[in-house]
Design a protein. Sequence first.
Length: 235
Amino acid sequence: MGFLDAFKVRSALGKHQKGDAEQAFLEYEKLYAEGVLSASYMLPYSSMLLRLGGEENAEKAKNILVKAQKAADLSLDRRQQLLVNYSIACHMLGDREKAISTLEAAHGKYACGLIYQTLGYLYTLYGEKEKALEYNTEALDYDEVDSVVLDNMGQMYYLLFNDKEKAKPYFEKAHKIKPSQIDTLYFLSRYDLENGDKKAAIEKLTAALDGVFSPLNHKSRAEIEEELNKLKAGK
């Protein structure tokens, strides 16, 4: 990568870091079209495409990630992120087997918090009850204060084992560590509604909407907005 390309990459990344995601996305798009090979921008570019949703964006992200494997600046941390993003792209394209196998292989080589978070969530999402229990328990041993892992434990007990009582402390601990976590807020609002505390549920769902949604959130922004509107309307 030449000096000018490196400058363009730094410029795009700088805009992204300063919160100008729209302009950063346009610059990432241009860099990719020009054939600039650098994991430093290709990974956040793929993440943005995945957040946009849809099969077309997922397929494009997947292609970007395949090319990024050849980037000279693909460090270990970036390789871990690449594999997670690739798995998410496969999930969005309906290839569950590849989504899981990619992360299972990655775990064997590069076990880290990000892989524990994502694979643990996918096991629950796909209804892999025993694998979810074994892996999420292992993830909690790896990092007992990881808010995503704690939320994964909560969702696993809530959804797969139908044990809301056992799930609740995990959600509460996750919320204490990261009060803005979207899925945690959503599930805690379920308990509020069951207890007849609609006001508290509305507060949590409203707070959830301030977050940045991803393809792996339990509910989409639109779904939470719809429920919130119904609650406010007294339905």
